[in-house]
Design a protein around this ligand. Sequence first.
Ligand code: ATP
Ligand code: TZP
Ligand code: MG
Ligand code: MG
Length: 274
Amino acid sequence: MNIWEKEVSALLSKVQQTSPLVHNMTNVVVTNFTANGLYALGASPVMAYAPEEVADMAAIAGAVVLNIGTLNRELVDAMITAGLSANAHGVPLLLDPVGAGATRFRTESAQRILREVKVSLVRGNAAEVAHLVGEAREIKGVDAESSGDIGNAELAVRAARELDTLVVITGKEDVITDGTDVRIITGGHALLTKVTGAGCLLTSVLGAFAAVESNLLLAGTAGLAFYGAAASRAAERTADLGPGSFQNAFLDELSKLHPGSLQGYAAIREAAAA
Ligand code: ATP
Ligand code: TZP
Ligand code: MG
Ligand code: MG
């Protein structure tokens, strides 16, 4: 086990032992999958949206995850209320800017959230993150279409500095950075792109790790590595069967993660900041 694996493995055990409450304000497509994925990991999910209760729920959560996948004006207002409460109570706040760049409302809503509350970590595909900092990259609905002029690591560093938050860009390889340190995590499987909510669940999984570790660069690295490992393990058993079997196997593998699960299935390396 290398140094990274030791550090991140301790966090997996902490998630499994303490079962942190993750308050999700997510989209209607992925709600059930997100709750089941968090249960499989060992965390406790709750979905709560009412303006009357989101501040109270955020205050008692281990992490709050805002996901704009099926947004409307009232929901974004409620997300700001939850975010302010998370900030006031020292609860890590994560943002998944689903579809930013696809419509002006999505881009502006994500930017509004980033302006009005202190987001601890943003996780998106490369196109979504690019649009948050005013760079155009092709996006089809919620899916990133192509890579842009600059690489994902460079884009993530730029976004982290401009938005003053940790940034995770996912794809074939995942990048996490606080604007200074950059880590690349490999693992996962292309079948994840055929399961809706694979990105959304990941953001909530990062919330579970953020709930147990205040060093969010380390927490995020752990979440990415174990998520990728669970997916590679599931694909090993089901890739020939297709996305339905893979999705179920993936939930099973999330529930079976242990400190040794990374070996041969996910890797973490450091990259130089641009
Ligand atoms: P998109 O809508 O563009 O698919 P997303 O929000 O669903 O974005 P992804 O970038 O697909 O998020 O990331 C979700 C998970 O899938 C991450 O764990 C990521 O590492 C993994 N993943 C995505 N593409 C691949 C790939 N080609 N090979 C391996 N893993 C992948
Ligand atoms: N449409 C609106 S939200 C959503 C779709 C298909 C789910 C997106 O999930 P992910 O995790 O980004 O694939
Ligand atoms: Mg995807
Ligand atoms: Mg997504």
